[in-house]
Write a protein that binds this ligand. Structure first.
Ligand code: BG6
Length: 488
């Protein structure tokens, strides 16, 4: 891998501590970082290099997947880290940064390849990108890349504006938009599973699949993020990005030996084939919910509007369920149901594929012991794949017994999403990053929902914390003769 300087804006922030430093460390231990690399951390606070390195070390001890207890490895890792004060709007700070980067490139004999990771609020993206360009930080004789995280815009228009501003400083192939769901190992496996298993390839159509259910439930509430969350809600926080990315990854059909361009092209095609929602149809396709008081794992919790810093009158959505249709050759007629919510019964992200029941007309039609075949991808917290089949029940002759064929990955050695993503960005592999086309099409699809919510055209259903969301979410599937699988 080419020598690289990793320039981290927001180096004293929470994401850096919890995710980015541990990811870099694990990559380092696995020898997946470039032989020579330099990390420059940036923040508003004054910090010496030593204190910065000590803070990084502490974050590894707290959050790293691998224990950070070998002094020699730690020392080698931490010596790559330097710190510089930077106020995002102060031009002199970018000049100082440029000098530091060049000095380190010289000391370590690094080619001037620079990856700028913006672990800061989106309100700073534009200023930083413009200053990178103006200061000459991005005009060295190597490659440059920009890594940013969601939220990418607040609606369709603001996303377009932001993209236009960023693209003055970075070309599309230089922008790596992180959607951490795309870094999850099971999500990355979806593509390979389909491509390398003719048996799955053959089944991946409306001929055999009755419906697809994508769930991302969380037990946490708004936590300390009221200022952010109350303005975005589940629809912007989870649905527009993570959930639609899961839908794309599941629904794509890829040719053999597909390249990253192919993956992106096919994801775009899925988004283009999504039947658009009109504002007046939002009410029949989308369920909006907000958690009330309840009990999570035996502990009483308050409702959303009683959370600190949330107004009693807030109508923000903490839950959304949706029915979508992909109008293409493969998926026409197959409903895709998506739901995500906070303060739900369990933490669980999974995709369930329910197969059609060809025996419906046969003599077994009324046999309740028979279940449809299900293929389940468990994405988190555990990773696994289950195929549910019907067999005969030896105890009760004549009855069916569903059996599960299971694969479960052992937790320890699975790299975390951020490891996968930082590794790919360093390699310049864009496969598991959100291309602008996908982001734009997602906002476009979601826009009528945002407007319908804003104009209160859709009821806000309260659900008790610790449940599976409002009853209307069950009704959304019941109308089509289905139900959410695996709700207790
Ligand atoms: C983030 C959202 O993008 O994803 C959070 O902002 C949410 O609100 C989180 O809790 C969920 O991620 P994961 O990996 O825990 O499913």
């Amino acid at each position: 891998m080419e020598a690289t300087t990793f320039v981290l804006f927001g180096a004293t922030g929470d994401l850096a501590k919890r995710k980015i430093y541990p990811a870099l460390y694990n990559l380092f231990v696995d020898q997946k970082l470039p032989q020579s690399f330099s990390v420059i951390g940036l923040g508003r606070r004054e910090l010496s290099d030593e204190t910065f390195q000590a803070n990084v070390e502490q974050s590894l001890r707290m959050f790293s997947r691998r224990e950070a207890n070998d002094p020699a490895i730690l020392k080698n890792f931490l010596q790559a880290f330097r710190y510089s004060v930077l106020d995002v709007g102060r031009k002199e700070d970018y000049q100082k940064l440029l000098q530091l980067i060049e000095q380190r490139e010289e000391e370590l004999r690094l080619s001037p390849n620079r990856m700028f990771y913006l672990s800061v609020g989106p309100e700073f993206f534009e200023t930083i990108a413009a200053n990178i360009q103006e200061s000459g930080l991005g005009s060295a004789n190597g490659w440059k890349r920009l890594v940013i995280e969601k939220p990418f815009g607040h609606d369709l228009q603001s996303a377009r504006d932001l993209n236009q501003k960023l693209s003055k400083a970075f070309a599309e192939h230089e922008i790596f938009r992180i959607d951490h769901y795309l870094g999850k190992p099971m999500v990355q496996k979806l593509e390979v599973l389909q491509q390398s298993n003719p048996v799955l390839q053959a089944l991946w159509t409306n001929r055999y699949i009755a419906n697809v259910q994508i769930t991302a439930n969380e037990t946490v509430g708004v936590e300390e993020r009221a200022g952010y969350y109350d303005h975005v809600g589940a629809v912007r926080d989870m649905f527009q990005n993570h959930m639609l990315q899961l839908l794309m990854m599941l629904a794509i059909h890829l040719p053999n030996n597909s390249t990253s361009e192919n993956v992106r092209l096919n994801k775009k095609m899925v988004m283009e084939s999504l039947e658009p929602l009109q504002k007046e149809d939002v009410i029949s396709h989308i369920v909006r919910g907000q958690y009330g008081a309840g009990t999570i794992q035996g502990k009483p919790v308050v409702g959303y509007t009683s959370e600190p810093s949330i107004a009693e009158t807030s109508r923000n959505d903490t839950f959304i369920a949706a029915k979508l249709r992909i109008d293409d050759y493969f998926w026409r007629g197959v409903p895709f149901y998506i739901r995500t919510g906070k303060r739900m019964n369990e933490k669980s992200t999974r995709i369930v594929i329910e197969f059609k029941e060809p025996f419906k007309q046969s003599s077994w039609a009324n046999d309740d012991s028979k279940m449809p075949n299900l293929l389940v991808f468990e994405i988190s917290p555990n990773e696994g794949i289950t195929l549910q089949l019907n067999t005969r029940d030896p105890q009760h002759r004549g009855e069916f017994k569903p059996i599960q064929i299971d694969f479960h990955a052992s937790g320890d050695d699975v790299p975390e999403a951020y490891e996968n993503l930082i590794h790919d960005a360093l390699h310049g592999d864009p496969t598991f990053f959100a291309h602008w086309d996908e982001v734009e099409l997602s906002w476009k699809w979601v826009q009528p929902i945002l407007e319908a919510f804003e104009e209160n055209l859709v009821p806000l259903h309260l659900y008790a914390a610790g449940t599976y969301g409002p009853a209307e979410s069950d009704a959304l599937l019941a109308k089509d003769g289905y139900h959410w699988w695996f709700d207790a």
